[in-house]
Design a protein around this ligand. Sequence first.
Ligand SMILES: Cc1cc2nc3c(=O)[nH]c(=O)nc-3n(C[C@H](O)[C@H](O)[C@H](O)COP(=O)(O)OP(=O)(O)OC[C@H]3O[C@@H](n4cnc5c(N)ncnc54)[C@H](O)[C@@H]3O)c2cc1C
Ligand code: SF4
Ligand code: SF4
Ligand code: SF4
Length: 387
Amino acid sequence: MVLEKVTQDACFGCGACVVACSQGVLSLKINEDGFLFPELLGECTACGLCESVCPVLHPPRVETKAEVFAGFSFSKNLRVWSSSGGVFLSIGLNFVLKGKVSGVVFDNDFYQARHVLTSDPREVLQFSGSKYVQSNSTSALRAMKNSKGPFLFSGTPCQIAGIQNLIAQGILQGDFLLVDLFCHGVPSYLLWWSYLDFLRQKVGRILQIEQRVKLRDWHLFHCRVFGDRGVYLKSFLDDPFMFFYLRNYFLRNCCYQCPFRGLRSCADLRLGHFWGVFFAQDRLGTSLVAAFTDKGLRWLIEDEDIFLQSMPAEIVPASQALHLSRPVNAESAFLSLRHGTSIEDIFRKNFIWEWRKKKIRSVLFSFVERNPRLKIIRKIVKYLWRG
Ligand SMILES: Cc1cc2nc3c(=O)[nH]c(=O)nc-3n(C[C@H](O)[C@H](O)[C@H](O)COP(=O)(O)OP(=O)(O)OC[C@H]3O[C@@H](n4cnc5c(N)ncnc54)[C@H](O)[C@@H]3O)c2cc1C
Ligand code: SF4
Ligand code: SF4
Ligand code: SF4
């Protein structure tokens, strides 16, 4: 049985074992550290099915070669609603004419994110925008198990690895287009829930959360929250959740040793943000797109609503982190969170100076990045501010 062989530290929380379980006795629950982990709720017959689909025990084949593009939707609306270039929405809206699409939404109370499966284009629009917490994919995967495709599933690379194993075992059947992300990692729900408490103090009952709003500039994105008592609007540089997330605090353990960084994927397509000088003047958002399979490439180039520009694969390591290090004080910060210290208090007591330094640096760098003629100054700034 999978729980005897996979530790909580190694588990991705992908949910494949839960969907495979022959007795339906596994469920994906949030553990005391705030991470999704399978739990045994009934009698196990030791059939071994859950083990056979676990990507930790049986890593599926990972592709490392891809055709790489910069891309964005020709529709300004789709682009503005999306996290980067709106490539996902464009493909998703085309796909839903032929099959079903699975993407991520928040629950009504924002307590958790989850995958849903739909054939309704209006629901596909709800998938736009990154939700920076781990989504529970099990009910969407069960819906796929019980219905006919073709299916488009979009999720984190480790969720796709679980799906590849479910397909290989014949538990999921049909035609799949699998889309993953250049994935930074997923933070603990303890951080997310503490952030929700912080937001409720500002805006009352939360009605809508947008974690990547493009106001003036896509590079300097904002977090916007609507509540029944007001609106919270902060640049990502001033938002405590984004501060911790982007500084690699409170992430799931496996994310620090993720086997899917850079160009390593089990999906057909991978999407991310196209950082760097090429589209530095762009205000609306550009996606970094990698096609690992012919099927992925076909869906991409046959989509007449997407602008595509071929790029060398070397652009990927230049714009995406290939390794993620755990900050030295990550464990003590996690202990404070576990003991109920609020996100605001942890931030104020231990991180205010780091935040000030980071903010000045980010503003400086983003200004220099967007002015290629300042390359020499950039080099000097980098040299003076190294480490
Ligand atoms: C947790 C997470 C970490 C990421 N880390 C990076 C990174 O380090 N570097 C980078 O370049 N890009 C990262 N991305 C991807 C980036 O934010 C955009 O999603 C991507 O550029 C695609 O943009 P888009 O405009 O095409 O579509 P978007 O509007 O972003 O929609 C893309 C798709 O993401 C799916 N999605 C949203 N939230 C989740 C979730 N919690 N889990 C699984 N799927 C989800 C939606 O269902 C939708 O299908 C990350 C995304 C997530 C969710
Ligand atoms: S061994 Fe079989 S019955 Fe037991 S949890 Fe795994 S899949 Fe379910
Ligand atoms: S299948 Fe996924 S959720 Fe289940 S134990 Fe393995 S990694 Fe964890
Ligand atoms: S960083 Fe890797 S292990 Fe963590 S959620 Fe993303 S794909 Fe999964």
